[in-house]
Design a protein around this ligand. Structure first.
Ligand code: SF4
Length: 231
């Protein structure tokens, strides 16, 4: 595992900033609806990119990028994440971390060391169903701990939920909303089944735009701002 992909410039993934994207291989979940299964199931099929080379590349871009988006897979399972982010911050770049939130200790350390400016945390379904997202034991207690520590953290914060039928419905939005009450931003994302990890999930029909909008109305009771992506 390690860094498996790099995209030099993006306007989309770090709100308000021009950023480079760095993709890490491997994940501690195997969500059936995962949109990036190759990085999750077979990260070793991709060569590791050398973090030193990547930092040198980023140094050459820092006059025209504002930051770096760290995504995956799940970046927080890689021990090389923290030193890489230290290198990014030494360049004076901002960091957005995309995470499933299951590594509260590391996330707390990244916040304490001011190595992350923007956290985008996935809320996939209700916590009690997280054990269904992997073949080995998964405890959503760690996610709940992350939500608790992030509530007052000095970072920009975004929660993200992909509206996958069978995993997300009105009741799930209510229960997740209760967990993140007062959150600054909750992004509800349309499900695009074509790249899903499991064959069965490729067959799942996405919700209609109207249905997603009805989730937005419910989510709006809990988050300060709700946005929709991908509809
Ligand atoms: S959706 Fe995210 S957390 Fe789930 S398997 Fe894919 S990369 Fe991992």
């Amino acid at each position: 595992m390690g860094i498996k992909g790099f995209q030099g410039t993006s306007l989309l993934d770090f709100p308000g900033r021009i950023a480079s994207l760095v993709f890490w291989g491997g994940c501690n979940l195997t969500c059936p609806f995962c949109h990036n299964p190759a990085l999750v199931l077979d990260p070793d099929a991709y060569p590791d990119l050398d973090p030193v080379d990547l930092l040198a590349d980023l140094a050459g871009r820092k006059s025209f990028i504002d930051g770096v988006v760290v995504s995956g897979g799940e970046p927080t399972i890689n021990s090389s994440l923290l030193p890489f982010l230290e290198g990014v911050k030494l360049l004076g770049l901002e960091v957005k971390l995309d995470t499933n939130g299951l590594a509260p200790q590391l996330i707390a350390e990244l916040i304490a060391k001011q190595l992350v400016d923007y956290l985008a945390i996935d809320l996939k379904t209700v916590p009690e169903r997280y054990p269904e997202l992997h073949s080995s034991a998964v405890s959503a207690d760690k996610l709940v701990e992350t939500l608790r520590l992030c509530a007052d953290a000095p970072v920009e914060l975004e929660y993200r939920t992909t509206c996958v039928p069978g995993w997300v419905d009105e009741d799930v939005i209510v229960k997740l909303g209760e967990l993140i009450k007062g959150a600054p931003l909750w992004a509800l994302q349309q499900y695009h089944p074509e790249h899903a990890l499991c064959v069965e999930s490729k067959e799942v029909l996405p919700y209609s735009t109207e249905q997603v909008q009805s989730f937005v109305e419910i989510a709006g009771r809990y988050a300060q701002r709700v946005i929709v992506r991908g509809v």
